[in-house]
Design a protein around this ligand. Structure first.
Ligand code: GLC
Length: 750
């Protein structure tokens, strides 16, 4: 049986390949370093500081921006996507400033530029690095053609809190999934040559632990201790850096009292000195001067000093570098070598992007926006990002279906279907589920439509009767519910991540018709939808699926394709359970699953009669759906787990194999997952950790042996002594369909 490489191994081998490639393209190239030396030797202090200054186009009057560029006071712009306007500003930089250093232009191209892909958390649900890399490559091609050189993505913030609005922009709760997919995004954006007209520089963000915001409230403080930082939150960043990420952005949050933008230990000491990374660090929007608000700097001068000394090369829009660095350098409060190092990093980025040789955007090239192959890639990503959570057999819809009722606020919501962080997507290019179903079913079935609830927050129930009326006339009702795009993304956290407005009432009344009810959820986060899942015959979760979400969902509902997505985040039953995630530590009194729940507690129950374990009397400790969970239109069986040995030496490898059989009646794709548990370590270790995964497509009745080759490096972690290594001892291992189940065995690391 051909042993195709799984993403975990792909990551390892990709890193190997990337290291080789990078040795070619990112290890300082002598000819670039020489050209940097030449330019640096000619620069005044003011010109050096000018390179460290980034402005947002439109925030500054055009005339003063032109003057600033001409005077060498601007190194970068963001938020300009008009290539002609950019070429004029670039002309000023190249032809009218003293040294002719080109501008580098950044933009938030988070999940597509014009062609919008599923939001990143949805792309994570594909568990498919190829899909993610392809999406980034499409975005890069469309963005570079509009004059964008640099995207502020991928966002690699691990999140374990379903209240946090920016989880929409991330890759979920697991470090390995985030590492594999984050590295894939970097490769997609940057390609093999960042100077190509189809590549843009990636920017891994937000450095670091921004997703651990206390209470899931955006921008809030985080309190991630060193081991958790190293073993969870930094893992995707290290993988993306190893994959050649050209830039990195510091985070808004203070961790343990130190804002990311002033954290010298993490930026200069670890990123530069320990990881030997030569990319460019940019602050987040005004995060330098926000250190005053944090109470970490007394004024803009101290903020500039702390950010520059921490290793932040470029200041996004707050202007304190331009204002204060000259005197800080003159007084020796910021070493000149730090400034030279930052300017070197900025110039290196511009050389790698080819901007010195080709600073202008070719406006004569035919547009590739929405190219057929881009739309096809976006549709495939949306297909693979949808997760089937429940199905009593109503899906895929039977050929005999003659009348379908399409209801809900998300059935025909071209703006909201695109999700958050859409600066350049165009809603008039969105294909909605209503439009796609009408097209797919033309001549085959009647599609009735009623919104029932106008938009996700709409509390009015006045439209529900009409929705119920069309449901009564249909063979099946498909209710498209979820969240408007504004309800997730930056600064959009929810205390209660459930369905808003009158959507619950709509679903309840539709269920009371007794007709088969399918829920399709488009949201920016895992919602607490336990009651709605109970009420429905089937539930398909598509996060926000992007431009081609309609055709993808229509194909899934009609059985043209089978769902294959898996949950990249745990779904909580109740908001009060949050944070809730699979790779938690065991505690000394773990939840057993048979605990007495609140309605079953006898009167005057004795103090310790319920058993002292870790759970909520009113909500247990089980999730609604576990990490990695997802159904298909077939069924799969795992059998014959075998290990190539029951002990493995440090530095060795272990093959873990299981037979996977498609026991259903349709071809389908299973995402086979490999988990391990380090039973005892110098630190308490998580009850399970994803180590590898692989998408396996099988025809009905077919079987295959799936083998993962586990290296002991995949078992390594930063232990009590602060070094990263795999500690000898007992390990458990599972191969299965998600984080809650699977075939189990064990082995010893010697
Ligand atoms: C925002 C975000 C960051 C984004 C930047 C530029 O506030 O935190 O992710 O890239 O500003 O828009």
């Amino acid at each position: 049986m051909k042993k195709n490489l799984s993403p975990g191994r792909v990551l390892f081998s990709a890193l190997a390949i990337t290291v080789l490639t990078l040795t070619a393209c990112s290890e300082p190239k002598p000819e670039i370093e020489q050209r940097i030396d030449e330019i640096l030797s000619q620069m005044t202090v003011e010109e050096k500081i000018g390179q460290m200054n980034q402005l947002s186009y439109g925030d500054v009057a055009a005339s003063s921006m032109a003057d600033d560029i001409r005077a060498g006071r601007v190194g970068s712009l963001l938020n300009i996507v008009d290539p002609a306007a950019l070429n004029e500003l670039q002309r000023i930089a190249v032809e009218e400033s003293r040294l002719g250093i080109p501008l580098v232009v950044g933009r938030d191209v988070i999940h597509g530029f014009r062609t919008i892909f599923p939001i990143p958390i949805g792309q994570a649900a594909t568990f498919n690095p190829e899909i993610v890399e392809r999406g980034a490559a499409v975005a890069a091609r469309e963005a570079r053609a509009s004059g964008v050189h640099w995207t502020f993505a991928p966002m690699l913030d691990i999140s374990r809190d379903q209240r946090w609005g920016r989880l929409a922009e991330g890759l979920g709760e697991d470090p390995v999934l985030g590492a594999v997919l984050g590295a894939a995004m970097v490769r997609g954006y940057q390609g093999s040559d960042m100077s190509a007209p189809t590549s843009i520089a990636a920017c891994v963000k937000h450095f670091v632990a921004y997703g651990a915001a206390e209470g899931g409230r955006d921008y809030n403080s985080t309190n991630v201790p060193p081991y958790l930082m190293r073993n969870v939150y930094l893992v995707p960043f290290k993988a993306a850096i190893d994959a050649g990420a050209a830039t990195l952005m510091t985070s808004f949050n203070d961790n343990d009292g130190i804002p990311g933008t002033g954290n010298k230990a993490l930026v200069r000491d670890m990123l530069r000195d320990e990881w030997s990374w030569d990319g460019m660090v940019v602050s987040d929007w005004a995060s330098v001067t926000e250190m005053i608000v944090h109470g970490f700097a007394a004024d803009e001068r101290e903020a500039a000093m702390k950010a520059a000394n921490a290793g932040v090369d470029m200041e996004m829009v707050s202007g304190s570098y331009l204002e204060h660095l000259p005197s800080l350098i003159a007084e020796g409060l910021v070493p000149q070598k730090y400034i030279d190092g930052s300017v070197r990093n900025i110039l290196r980025l511009k050389f790698r992007l080819g901007l010195f040789d080709n600073p202008y955007t070719d406006t004569s090239a035919p547009s590739t926006d929405y190219a057929p192959e881009h739309l096809a890639a976006a549709k495939e990503a949306a297909l693979q990002s949808a997760v089937l959570l429940k199905n009593d057999g109503v899906l895929p819809l039977a050929e005999s279906t003659r009348t379908i009722a399409v209801v809900g606020p998300m059935a025909d919501a071209p703006h909201d279907q695109l999700g958050t962080w859409i600066f350049d997507g165009q809603k008039d290019r969105t294909v909605t589920p209503l439009a796609a179903l009408r097209e797919s079913l033309a001549g085959r079935a009647t599609v009735l439509h009623a919104r029932g609830v106008e938009y996700s927050r709409d509390r009015s129930t006045s439209g529900i009767a009409q929705a119920v009326s069309v449901a009564r006339r249909a063979d099946v009702t498909i209710a498209f519910v979820g969240e408007e795009s504004i309800l997730s993304g930056e600064a959009h956290s929810l205390a209660d991540p459930g369905l808003q407005g009158a959507q619950k009432e709509l679903i309840d009344q539709l269920a009371r018709t007794g007709r088969p009810l399918v829920l399709v959820v488009m949201a920016g986060r895992p919602l607490t939808i336990g009651d709605e899942v109970k009420a429905a015959s089937a539930v398909l979760y598509s996060f926000h699926p992007g431009t081609m979400g309609g055709p993808a969902l229509a194909d899934l509902l009609l059985g043209v394709a089978s769902p294959s997505g898996r949950l990249p985040m745990t779904f909580a039953r109740e908001a009060g359970q949050i944070p809730l995630y699979y790779n938690h530590n065991n505690t000394g009194r773990p939840y057993q699953g048979n605990e007495t729940m609140i309605d079953d507690i006898p009167l005057e129950a004795a103090q310790t009669s319920l058993g002292n374990t870790s759970y909520y009397l009113d909500a247990g400790a089980e999730p609604l759906f576990p990490f990695g969970y997802g159904l298909t239109y077939s069924t799969f069986e795992y059998s014959e787990l075998s290990l190539s040995g029951d002990t493995v030496p440090v530095g060795g490898t272990l093959d873990i194999t299981a037979t996977l059989t498609n026991t259903g009646s349709r071809e389908a794709t299973e995402v086979v997952q490999l988990y391990t548990r380090d039973v005892a370590g110098s630190l308490a270790r998580p009850v399970k950790e994803l180590k590898d995964f692989r998408r396996v497509k099988l025809a009905p009745g077919a079987s295959t042996r799936v083998t993962f080759t586990l290296t002991t490096d995949q078992l390594a972690f930063y232990g009590l002594d602060g070094t990263r290594r795999a500690e000898p001892g007992e390990f458990r291992v599972w191969i299965g369909p998600d984080s809650s189940t699977g075939l189990e065995s064990s082995f010893a690391l010697r």
